[in-house]
Design a protein around this ligand. Structure first.
Ligand code: NAP
Ligand code: ZN
Ligand code: ZN
Length: 346
């Protein structure tokens, strides 16, 4: 075991602070990674504040991890010392159920093991990327394209794959009108990726503050939903709506923006459940769906796609001791568009 510096949440109501964790020795199929950067996802806030229930404290958040391989086990075939790698939201699964066999490890029928706030198969609590080192089985390690800067690549490990997966699954591409609701960490990656896939992209934001940014990021159109008229003007417009908002919205209004036989996909996980009227779905035979991160093969596909299209995240790098302020700023929407922790400062 190796002692490693980290930052942890100790209690839902208290600020995060320094913490020491132990990382396991590098087993034969393990890759040990010197963490360089870790993105700050809104899920880190939801979990550190126990908004979803069942949190395990102390908790070391962070599932947008990038770094360099520091050592590999004797049976590792895919990676070598010095490689640029990433770790996303999951670090283990059964590998045997139908979901795992199809590369959809996030839906493992025996339960996937999250990168943090989770228990591994041997019962140990997992600790995430707000730390300087992590040891992960090679099957759960991703390759970062050489051309990509590590800091801007970090948010792809969650925000990137979480938006790429539903965009691909529901066929975003040329001739399709896609709306991204909420221009935050997930939303800004959704805009970049949907644009690169060739879709016509509209951003629906709760104020007009991010209008210029939305266009720069690749949106064709922008609307502030503070103007209620938008819900009439844009009725029956979209083939696909990707909803990334972290708070409860009136989904019925957004469902009205879908064309016949079209889908709205929920990515955001607010503390309280939505209220739905059947009428919003039965008219125009609309569907409401959800999507959870992505499996390992698709995460690698997304990283390669982003590498080929020159896509990274727009980031603001922070020191580890700025994390509590960063959480507060994120809740206020004061981040353009992802905080990334510099692991040197831990
Ligand atoms: P984020 O960076 O904080 O972005 C959330 C966006 O929601 C904000 O930028 C804002 O966009 C909008 N928003 C915030 N407060 C609002 C309010 N009061 N009214 C209306 N809109 C508001 O968060 P994130 O990291 O992108 O994560 C978003 C959500 O997705 C979180 O709930 C997170 O837990 C969840 N998530 C899910 C998955 C998954 O696999 N499904 C993966 C990662 C994260 P505008 O200013 O443009 O309105
Ligand atoms: Zn996340
Ligand atoms: Zn499985």
């Amino acid at each position: 075991m190796t002692d490693v510096k980290a930052y942890a949440a100790f209690d839902p109501k208290k600020p995060l602070g320094p913490f020491k964790i132990s990382r396991r020795d590098t087993n034969s199929k393990d890759v040990s990674i010197e963490i360089k950067y870790c993105g700050v996802c809104h899920s880190d806030i939801h979990q550190a504040r126990d908004e979803w229930g069942g949190a395990i404290f102390p908790m070391v958040p962070g599932h947008e991890i990038v770094g360099l391989v520091s050592s590999v086990g004797s049976k590792v075939t895919k990676f070598k010392k010095g490689d640029k790698v990433g770790v996303g939201c999951l670090v283990n699964s059964c590998r045997d159920c139908s979901a795992c066999r199809e590369g959809l490890e996030q839906f493992c029928e025996k339960g996937m093991v999250g990168t943090y706030n989770s228990r591994d198969k041997d019962g140990t609590v997992t600790y995430g990327g707000y730390s300087t080192q992590i040891t992960v089985n090679e099957d759960f390690v991703l390759r970062i394209p050489q051309s990509m800067p590590l800091d801007g690549a970090a948010p792809l490990l969650c925000a990137g794959i979480t938006t790429y997966s539903p965009l691909k699954h529901w066929g975003a591409g040329p001739g399709k009108k896609v709306a991204i609701v909420g221009l935050g960490g997930l939303g800004h990656m959704g805009v970049k990726i949907a644009h690169a896939l060739g879709a016509h992209v509209t951003v629906l934001s709760h104020s007009s503050k991010k209008q210029e940014d939305a266009k720069r990021l690749g949106a064709d159109e922008f609307y502030s939903t503070a103007d209620e008229a938008v819900f009439t003007t844009l009725g029956n417009t979209f083939d696909l709506i990707i909803n990334t908002v972290s708070v409860k919205l009136d989904l019925n209004k957004y469902l009205g923006l879908l064309k016949r036989d079209s889908h709205m996909v929920l990515l955001g996980v607010p503390e309280s459940p939505p209220e739905l009227s059947a009428g919003s779905l039965i008219h125009n035979r609309r569907s409401l769906a959800g999507s959870l991160i992505g499996g390992l093969p698709e995460t690698q596909e997304m990283l390669d796609f982003c590498g080929n299209h020159g896509i990274t995240s727009d980031i603001e790098t922070i020191r580890m001791d700025q994390i509590n302020e960063a959480f507060d700023r994120m809740i206020k929407g004061d981040v353009r568009y992802r905080f990334v922790i510099d692991a040197k400062t831990i």
